[in-house]
Every structure is written in structure tokens, then in C-alpha cells.
Design a protein. Sequence first.
Length: 212
Amino acid sequence: MTATRQIQPLRIGLTGGIASGKSIVADMFAELGVPVIDTDIIARDVVQPGQPALDEIRERFGETIIDAAGNLDRAALRKLIFSDDDARLDLEAILHPRIGAATRRQADAANGDYQLIVVPLLVGSPLVQFVNRVLVVDCQVDTQIRRLLERDSGTIEQAQRILAAQASREERLAIADDVVNNDHSLNHVRDQVADLDRKYRRLSQSPPESPQ
């Protein structure tokens, strides 16, 4: 019996720790013509002025996290939530349902043999049930800290707190179906992406796998 192509595109959930290189990998897939749905972009959209989420954030955290133009002061909010677990959980309760709903809408509207859905906090997220496979961008923790310091000019202590607030490397790898190692050169990463692109296009022609 000939396998029929799945009705919806194969959905790949891309995740990884902060400063692991998720955006680089997502951009490489996009260059290959793969639709990319980035929940970081969606998260910025849902807190634009006039959006209900921004009003809820202001009510919960106060005016100190709103800048003079009425926009969310991301640096101030980031500093707050990474030093207060209750604050982080409250923010997630405001944002995650809205981000999840928008992600599903964009995925349903996207074309392509397969889709890449970028979810930095995929471990423990309901979206893990929405994707067919999980792709983890992985690197050594020391590499993450070095890149984070180069990018944000913070302290080692701040970088360590940020990493501690996220799922651990081991937790991410535990849900991985595929892994891109980003401890070496960009050419090494690009070769891995090309291999995975061929794999996903082949899988997209097979009967659909059930989401996890």
C-alpha cells in the first residue's frame, strides 16, 4: 500500500538554552525555504502597546517596567523575573497562553513540506504536544555563558542565574529527537542543518507521526 502524504506539514519544535545558537540554526533552515514560526517574535507582538497582555503586565509589575514611550522595558522586566521565581511564573501565566494560541494559528496558516517552530522554553510547554519532533540546539554550558557575556555584557553571576531559571541541558536533551551541536564552527552547524533538512523532507512524505 502506498503511503499517503500527511495532511498537515511535519512540525519540528526547535529549542535550546539561551545563547546556544537557536536563531542561527533557524536562519539556516529559513535559507533552505523552510517556514519558521518564532515564538520570541510572537512574544514581542503580544506585548505591543494596546494589547491586553501589556495591560496585565503593567497591573502585575507596575509602571517601572514601562518605558517613557509606553512600551515594555524588556531589560527591566528581565532583571526582575530572573531574580524572582514568583514573578517569572506570573509573567509566564500572562504570556504563554497567548503565545501558544498565536503559534498554532501561524502554524495552521503556513505552507511547506515541514515547519520549524522555535520555542526556547519548550521543555514543560504545552507546545511540546503540538510538534511531531523536537530538535535541540546544544552546546557546552561554558560556551553558553561565554556567548551570553559577549552578547549582553553582564556578569558571570547574572549569566548563571539566567541559565538556572531555564530547563537544564540534560532536560532539553531528554526530549530531543534530533540534536545540532553548536560548539564548533558555523560550517559544522550548516552541514548538520543540511542533513536534517534532507531527513525532514523525507519524513514529510511519510504517514504522519503522532505528536509527542
